[in-house]
Design a protein around this ligand. Structure first.
Ligand SMILES: [Zn+2]
Ligand SMILES: [Zn+2]
Length: 101
């Protein structure tokens, strides 16, 4: 399970959707440059899935290919505004939707 947030960009007020968090079976990463999201599943990660943050970061650095924009996916990166590329947004209008796939 993850949640889909409806967020407002603090810079240009664009409203867009962002995925947040991960679930029992996957972690959600974002590209540091463009904010594209990418999932890594428990099957892919194996023991690293439930490991400490440093181990998970190391696993991602080794196993997850770079984004098509050239950026890297990390746990700490956030979704970005599709209009101005800011990662500074307000999730006060929150709509939780279950992700079923
Ligand atoms: Zn990217
Ligand atoms: Zn924006």
């Amino acid at each position: 399970m993850g949640s889909q947030l409806r967020v407002t960009c603090k810079h240009c007020r664009t409203v867009f959707k962002a995925c947040d968090g991960g679930g029992f079976f996957f972690h959600l990463l974002h590209c540091q440059k463009c904010g594209t999201d990418m999932r890594v599943t428990q099957d892919e990660m194996g023991d690293a899935f439930g490991a400490e943050q440093e181990i998970r970061d190391a696993w991602v650095a080794t196993n997850v290919p770079p984004c098509s924009c050239g950026g890297r996916f990390t746990f700490s990166a956030k979704a970005r505004c599709p209009t101005c590329n800011a990662d500074d947004w307000d999730a006060s209008i929150v709509k939780l939707e279950m992700l079923y796939d």
